[in-house]
Design a protein around this ligand. Structure first.
Ligand code: PAF
Length: 272
């Protein structure tokens, strides 16, 4: 089966209308530069639905720095091969941002609490851009389920919250973070690390998982050469405690989060 590439909103709407009325559509929204983390979302979507849609769109409204938007990795040819190999039925790759923003950015989704914290405190407007584009995409794709990685846990919580607040019919499914063998969370931004930075990058995950004490973890991360935006333990609505970090190495800002073990044996390898 050949993956179909849709470049305009009208093409997507027409293709969606052609699906059988009860078809279960699984949707994976991305900004491209696909890696194994994305492949795991596609695999899950493939296994749980009749039809799989992938979107690739580097969404300008969620970037608060022009240089970050400009330098975001773009690997469309390889991405289309990944989509084909994963059995994706349709890839939506808007030909320009006016496709999704015909009125510019006049209409937008604004969340007033969680979106202002953690990453939101350091990237003003970022989550408004994310929520706005996801709402637009949900409206177009009309999926039964949409899949997001837990690596962007705050994003996942906000998208879930929006789906609930606006009675959206798409179920938001969170999927575990996929890591490199050295623990570094997979991210499209990893492509921008220099070889030397790539060697150092796993120390972020190592410090947050091995040191129960936040101050000690903070020191280890800074000693490795990162500038920390935040490092916090937060109780989730489920009662789970998660540790969140964002830190910059050279020019590249990395984020990660883990569920903290409930036992006192926090450190992998024994109590601290
Ligand atoms: O996680 C991402 O890649 C993006 O934030 C998303 C959800 C595709 C919205 O642009």
């Amino acid at each position: 089966m050949k993956t179909i590439v849709l470049k305009t909103v009208n093409e997507l709407i027409a293709w969606r209308k052609g699906l059988a009325p009860g078809a279960r559509v699984g949707f994976v929204p991305t900004m491209g530069a696909l890696h194994s983390g994305h492949a795991s979302l596609l695999e899950r979507a493939r296994s749980e639905n009749d039809v799989v849609v992938l979107s690739i769109f580097v969404n300008p409204t969620q970037f608060n720095q022009a240089s970050d938007l400009e330098k975001y990795p773009r690997t469309l040819k390889a991405d289309l091969e990944t989509a084909e190999a994963a059995g994706v039925d349709a890839v939506f790759v808007p030909k320009d941002s006016a496709e999704l923003y015909p009125e510019g950015y006049r209409y937008r989704v604004i969340e007033t609490e969680l979106s202002k914290e953690l990453c939101g405190a350091h990237r003003p407007g970022h989550f408004d851009g994310v929520l706005t584009v996801v709402l637009k995409l949900f409206g177009l794709v009309r999926a039964r389920r949409a899949y997001f990685g837990e690596k962007d846990f705050q994003q996942l919580s906000l998208i879930r919250g929006m789906a609930h607040a606006f009675f959206l019919e798409t179920e938001v499914v969170g999927c575990p973070t996929v890591r490199e063998t050295d623990g570094l969370a997979m991210s499209s931004r990893n492509l921008r690390l220099s070889p030397a930075e790539r060697e150092v990058a796993p120390k972020l995950h190592a410090a947050m998982t091995s040191l129960a004490d936040l101050a000690a973890a903070r020191r280890a991360i800074e000693d490795a050469g990162f500038r920390i935006d935040y490092l916090e333990d937060r109780v989730q609505p489920t009662g789970e405690i998660r540790r969140f970090v964002a830190a910059t190495l050279g020019e590249i800002r990395l984020i990660d989060n883990i569920a903290l073990p409930e036992s006192e044996n926090f450190a992998i390898g024994g109590p601290v």
